[in-house]
Design a binder for this molecule. Structure first.
Ligand code: NDP
Length: 452
C-alpha cells in the first residue's frame, strides 16, 4: 500500500490528537499498542505503511443515539447510547456494552480498539466493537433497568445481527440486562438468534460464560508463573473490584490454592489476612449480586478490615486489577514493587496508567495487558456464538477445556512475539508480544481485503 507520509509513531498519534484532541483514553490505548507495532511494521515491507495505520486507528462506524425512558415515578429521562464498530477485518464486530455514568466516546473507542487486538489473539473469527451508555444503573429498580434496556435496544437492533455485530456485557451490564436486551431484540425482529452473548442458559447462553474472564485470567497467570519457574499455589494475590471479573478471578485463584487478600469497589477495599475462603466469597457474591450491597458491608459478615481507597498498598506477589480503567497509577506501582510484587495481569481493560506500566517494565515485573489476560470472556462469547449457530449446547468441561486451550495459545503468541530484542528467552515482554501478535492477523486481513 503506497503512503504519502513516512510511518512514525508521532505521525500516527498526531492524527488522533488533531482529530479528537479530547479523547485521552483513546490516545492512551492507541499509544500503548502502536509503540510496539510501529517499530515492528517498519522492519517489514508488508506493513511499513502510514496509510495502513491511518485506517487501523479510525473506527469503521460510530453510531450514537438518544435513549429516552421513564422512571418509576413517571419522570422522563434521556441518556446517550453508542455502538462503535471499530474493525471487521477478522469477523463480525464483537465487544461488550457498558452502562456507567462516565461512558463517553473516548472510553468506548479505547475499548473497541483494544477489543480488535484482543479478539485477534483469541484466534476466533471476531472483529472489534464496543458500546454502551452514560446511564447509571446504580440505585435503579429492576423495572427501570428493563425499560432502559428496551429503549436502548429499540434503536440498537437495526445496527446489529448474528453475522454483523454481536454485543455482550461489560461494567453495569450483566445477565439481567442481557436478558432484557435480548427480549426486546426478539420482539422487534421476530427472530431468535445469537445476536447477544452472555445470555441465560435457558435461552442460548453458554456454560461458563459468567466465569470465563476470571477463569481465563487465572489460567494465564498460572502459565506465566510456571514459565518463570514459580508455583501458583500459596502465592499471595490482591484483587481489585468485586464485580463479574473480580468474583470469578477470586474463585479460580482460591481453587488453585492462592491466598486472595483483597477485593474492592469504588468505596474502598477489604483485607482478609488469611485469604478469602470459598464460603466468604459466596457471601460476597450474594451481597454484591443479589442484595446490590457495598463491599464495606463484608465487615458485618465475616472477619476482615475495610479501608477507603485502592488495595495497592497490601503486600503480595501477584496483583490483578479487575475494576476499571486507570485505577492503578505510578505511585501505586512504586508501592507494589517496593512490597515485592512479581506479576501483574490486567483483568480489567487498561486498569494501569501508562506511567505505571512503564514503571513495572523498568523493574522487571512481569506485566500482562488486558488484551491478552482478560480475553477469556470474549473467547467463551465466541464459543457461545458457535453453539448458537450449531443449535447445540456444550457441557462445562468442554467449554473449560476450550478456554484453557485458547488462553494457552494466547500465552504462546505473547512469548513468540514478546522476546527481547537480543533474543533472551527469560525476559518476555507481554505487552509487546500481545500487540504484535494481535496486529499481524488484523493487518493481513485488512491488506488482503483491499484498501477500501
Ligand atoms: P462489573 O460491573 O461486574 O464490576 C465492576 C467492578 O469495578 C465493581 O466492583 C465496581 O465497583 C468497580 N468499579 C467500577 N468503576 C470503578 C471506579 N471508577 N473506581 C473503582 N472501582 C470501580 O464489571 P465487570 O467485572 O464485568 O468488568 C470489570 C472490568 O473488566 C472492566 O474494565 C471491563 O471492561 C473488563 N472486562 C470485563 C469482561 C467481562 O466478561 N465482564 C471481559 C473483559 C474485560 P462499584 O460497584 O463501586 O462501581
Amino acid at each position: 500500500m503506497k503512503s504519502e507520509k513516512e510511518l512514525t509513531l508521532d505521525a500516527v498519534l498526531e492524527i488522533i490528537k488533531k482529530r479528537d484532541p479530547d479523547q485521552k483514553e483513546f490516545l492512551q490505548a492507541a499509544k500503548e499498542v502502536l509503540q510496539w507495532i510501529i517499530p515492528f511494521a517498519k522492519s517489514s515491507d508488508k506493513y511499513n505503511s502510514y496509510a495502513l495505520f491511518e485506517r487501523l486507528i479510525e473506527p469503521e462506524r460510530i453510531i450514537q443515539f438518544r435513549v429516552p425512558w421513564v422512571t418509576d415515578d413517571g419522570v422522563s429521562m434521556t441518556n446517550r447510547g453508542y455502538r462503535i464498530q471499530f474493525n471487521s477485518a477478522l469477523g463480525p464486530y464483537k465487544g461488550g456494552l457498558r452502562f456507567h455514568p462516565e461512558v463517553n466516546l473516548s472510553i468506548l473507542k479505547f475499548l473497541a480498539f483494544e477489543q480488535t487486538f484482543k479478539n485477534s489473539l483469541t484466534g476466533l473469527p471476531l472483529g472489534g466493537g464496543k458500546g454502551g451508555s452514560d446511564f447509571n444503573p446504580k440505585g435503579r429498580s429492576d423495572s427501570e433497568i428493563m425499560r432502559f434496556c428496551q429503549s436502548f435496544m429499540t434503536e440498537l437492533y437495526r445496527h446489529i445481527g448474528p453475522d454483523t455485530d454481536i454485543p455482550a456485557g461489560d461494567i453495569g451490564v450483566g445477565a439481567a440486562e442481557i436478558g432484557y436486551l435480548f427480549g426486546q431484540y426478539k420482539r422487534l425482529t421476530s427472530s431468535f438468534n445469537g445476536v447477544l452473548t452472555g445470555k441465560g442458559l435457558s435461552f442460548g447462553g453458554s456454560q461458563l460464560r459468567p466465569e470465563a474472564t476470571g477463569y481465563g485470567l487465572l489460567y494465564f497467570v498460572e502459565e506465566m508463573m510456571n514459565t518463570a519457574g514459580d508455583e501458583i499455589k500459596d502465592a499471595a494475590v490482591i484483587i481489585s473490584g468485586s464485580g463479574n471479573v473480580a468474583q470469578y478471578s477470586c474463585q479460580k485463584a482460591i481453587e488453585l490454592g492462592m491466598k486472595v487478600l483483597t477485593m474492592s469497589d469504588s468505596d474502598g477495599y477489604i483485607v482478609v489476612k488469611d485469604g478469602i475462603t470459598e464460603e466468604q466469597l459466596e457471601q460476597i457474591m450474594e451481597l454484591k449480586n443479589e442484595n446490590k450491597g457495598r463491599i464495606k458491608e463484608c465487615t458485618d459478615l465475616f472477619e476482615c478490615e475495610f479501608h477507603e481507597g485502592t488495595p495497592w498498598s497490601v503486600e503480595a506477589e501477584v496483583a490483578l486489577p479487575c475494576a476499571t480503567q486507570n485505577e492503578l497509577d505510578e505511585d501505586h506501582a512504586k508501592t507494589l514493587v517496593e512490597n515485592g510484587l512479581k506479576y501483574l495481569a490486567e483483568g480489567a481493560n487498561m486498569p494501569c496508567t501508562d506511567k505505571a506500566v512503564a514503571y513495572f517494565m523498568e523493574n522487571d515485573i512481569r506485566f500482562v495487558p488486558g488484551k491478552a489476560s482478560n480475553a477469556g470472556g470474549v473467547s467463551v462469547s465466541g464459543l457461545e456464538m458457535t453453539q448458537n449457530a450449531m443449535r447445540l449446547s456444550w457441557d462445562s468441561d468442554r467449554v473449560d477445556d476450550e478456554l484453557r486451550q485458547i488462553m494457552h495459545r494466547i500465552h504462546e503468541q505473547c512469548t513468540t512475539y514478546g522476546k527481547s530484542d537480543d533474543g533472551d528467552d527469560d525476559v518476555i515482554n507481554y505487552e509487546k508480544g500481545a500487540a504484535i501478535a494481535g496486529f499481524i492477523k488484523v493487518a493481513d486481513a485488512m491488506i488482503a481485503q483491499g484498501s477500501v
